[in-house]
Design a protein around this ligand. Structure first.
Ligand SMILES: Cc1ncc(COP(=O)(O)O)c(C=O)c1O
Length: 390
């Protein structure tokens, strides 16, 4: 059997249609879109089309789309634009389960520039403490930045409600929709969000291309200062080929959204339910309802995630664990720790993130591999005895 790829929240296969769309622009159509000649103009016209396709995915206007180099740059640009727009406001709100693209920037701002940052906690299912979030909003808040969906657990925050509250208080709201794009319906006009980040490589476009949506009317200061590209909002010659690929990927993502919410969701649920039934001492991390259709994070008591991944890898199955190896010790992820997942199952947590390329046969291969793998590891584990964790 060929590689079973269930690590789509890490990155995705570039769709064949996307590669096809990009190929001419690697070759004969290499002009600079800013050039005055017709040769460059052909590339510019294709970028105009790509911008429209990206805008269509989230119901934005094309001039509200800024192309960046990745989701991280989009996130950083949004935060810096907010603090430049409101220099007198020294308070920022976020959650304690954000991606490092947000988290680490806030820690830096907190340390170096005297910002007070409220890291709103989550409960044991990864749901945001909305009471605390709303109480934290004040006239001194420069920006609220919250992820639409969590990369590890797939838990989805109630972005529409939060955006409404932020708007009522006149606070700028940014959402990191890197994991949500292409998996949930996004309508920026309906939710009235100020800024929104996306990343190409999570939706079957190449790595190294991102998007920042900036609502019309917001005084946006560029993060990368340079030429007139992107209407002066992001300097640097455009990554033309990837932008063209991203445009195609967004068009495809819009078409495959119904598949995500039916076939992919059913495959995910099948995998999840079979594993829970066949493996005692296993449980899902995160809310079962408010969750991306493609993601499941399962904790297996008394085993180590890295050992599970190695056994899966031997069978050509790609997934990821909820741990990060830091300074010689294996720390469970900050997301699972924030959810207060017990240490011994947080350590044995595996995330499967599917795409529409996955099949039921592949899910059966994972189940057939994982059930004996966990039994084997538990036979050696000092924390597992007589069919339960000790
Ligand atoms: C929620 C979230 N935000 C931001 C990023 C960063 O995106 P990029 O890899 O394009 O910089 C990721 C990547 O995994 C992510 O999952």
């Amino acid at each position: 059997m060929k590689t079973v790829y269930t690590d789509n929240n890490a990155t995705t296969k570039v769709a064949d249609e996307v590669i096809e769309e990009m190929l001419p622009y690697f070759g004969e159509l290499y002009g600079n879109p800013s050039s005055m000649h017709t040769f460059g103009g052909q590339v510019d016209a294709k970028i105009v089309e790509a911008r429209q396709r990206v805008a269509d995915l989230i119901n934005a206007d094309p001039e509200e789309i800024i192309f960046t180099s990745c989701g991280t740059e989009s996130d950083n640009s949004a935060i810096y634009a907010a603090i430049k727009a409101y220099p007198e406001k020294k308070h920022i709100i976020t959650s304690n389960v954000e991606h490092p693209a947000i988290n680490n920037l806030y820690k830096q701002l907190q340390g170096q520039q005297g910002y007070e940052v409220t890291f709103v906690p989550v409960d044991e299912k990864g749901r945001l403490d909305l009471d605390l979030l709303y109480k934290s909003m004040s006239g001194n808040t420069a920006i609220i930045s919250l992820m639409w969906a969590n990369n590890e657990t797939g838990v989805v925050f109630p972005i529409e409600e939060i955006a409404r509250k932020a708007n009522e208080k006149g606070i700028l709201f940014h959402t990191d929709a890197v994991q949500a794009a292409g998996k949930v319906d996004i309508d920026v006009k309906k939710i009235n969000v100020g800024m929104l980040s996306m990343s190409g490589h999570k939706i079957h476009a190449p790595k190294g291309i991102g998007v920042l949506y900036v609502k019309k009317g917001f005084k946006f200061s560029p993060f990368l200062v340079g030429g007139h590209q992107e209407k002066g909002r992001r300097g640097g010659t455009e990554n033309t080929v990837s932008i063209i690929g991203l445009g195609k990927a967004c068009q495809l993502a819009k078409e495959t959204l119904p598949v995500m919410n039916t076939i992919v969701r059913e495959l995910r649920d099948y995998l999840q339910n079979e594993l829970l039934e066949k493996i005692p001492g296993s449980s899902v991390n995160g809310d079962l309802e408010q969750r991306l259709p493609n993601t499941v994070s399962i904790g297996f008591d008394a085993v180590e995630g890295e050992s599970i991944l190695l056994l899966l890898d031997k069978e050509d199955i790609c997934a990821s664990s909820g741990s990060a190896c830091t300074s010689g010790s294996l720390e469970p992820s900050h997301v699972l720790m924030a959810m207060k997942v017990p240490f011994k199952s947080a350590h044995g947590s595996i995330r499967f993130s599917l795409s529409h390329y996955n099949t039921k046969q592949e899910m059966d291969h994972i189940i057939a591999t994982l059930v004996p793998a966990i039994e084997k590891l538990r036979a050696m584990s000092p924390f597992w005895k007589d069919g339960k964790m000790i």
